[in-house]
Design a protein around this ligand. Structure first.
Ligand code: NI
Length: 258
């Protein structure tokens, strides 16, 4: 198997027990590539980049989570954008469920980071919750199609998916897709075009069935992948290869050794 966990948080704060063992367990389970999302401030950004320097199968992304927009929106991440192991800008976006930062600030920071992704020539990792319409409109008005990227932890419906796909975005499925109640998400996972589907853990959050309730780690992407393969009626190994190829294309992963 060759799974690609396109979204995991591997900084010290999220992993008090250390990440090395978790990475090793994931490799044993068949995970070949990790995209480590460094959000929560400059320390997390630096840690994601440092981890990607230490492991040839780990890459990094840096951004400001909408929760942190008010606190971190003006931080200077300049040093990160040219880093050779940085694949993406994010996660960035809107979260109107918790509103940890005022909506206007979230919108402002979101727009800023789309512009930044364009300057850095990097795809975006988008977080959206209870903010479907604003997210799509901002992506459209900021011409996010030029940089592309992924709707991470996809938890919307087919109508949203259609519009995101039209903007050139990929859809990434997390453990949520394995939850019994997630009918609309399962519908999208079964239907989405095969060249636009990705998988992720969003660890340490959202452990998939049958690991639900445990602290999520990258090895669990195998369960999410198996579930989506079942929904799509394809072999797990084929789906692992397909989603890994999609992720490499989406994030323009450099070929090893080059
Ligand atoms: Ni995340």
């Amino acid at each position: 198997m060759t799974w690609f966990d396109t979204h995991c948080h591997l900084d010290d704060e999220h992993n008090p027990d250390g990440v090395e063992a978790a990475l090793e367990r994931a490799r044993q389970a068949g995970v070949t590539t990790f995209l480590c999302v460094g959000v929560g401030g400059l320390a997390q950004a630096e840690q994601a980049l440092a981890l990607s320097e230490r492991h040839s199968d780990v890459f990094a992304s840096v951004g400001v989570h909408p929760h942190d927009a008010a606190r971190d929106g003006q931080l200077n991440f300049e040093r990160c954008w040219a880093h050779p192991r940085l694949l993406a800008v994010g996660e960035v976006g809107l979260d109107y469920h918790y509103n940890h930062s005022p909506r206007e600030t979230q919108v402002e920071v979101f727009r800023q980071f789309i512009a930044l992704a364009r300057r850095a020539h990097k795809p975006l990792i988008i977080h959206t919750r209870n903010a479907a319409e604003d997210t799509l409109q901002i992506l459209k008005s900021e011409n996010a199609r030029d940089v592309g990227g992924v709707i991470h932890c996809f938890s919307e419906d087919r109508a949203f998916a259609t519009r995101a796909l039209d903007l050139g975005f990929y859809l990434s499925f997390s453990g949520i897709v394995t939850f019994k109640t997630a009918r609309a998400i399962q519908d999208v996972a079964a239907w989405a075009p095969s060249d636009r589907v990705l998988v992720e853990t969003d660890s340490p959050y959202l452990a998939p069935v049958p690991m639900r309730g445990k602290r999520c780690e990258p090895a669990f992407v195998v369960h999410t992948g198996a579930h989506v393969a079942g929904l799509r009626n394809v072999e797990q190994a084929d789906f692992a290869a397909l989603t890994t190829e999609n992720a490499r294309r989406c994030f323009r992963v450099p070929v090893a050794g080059s």
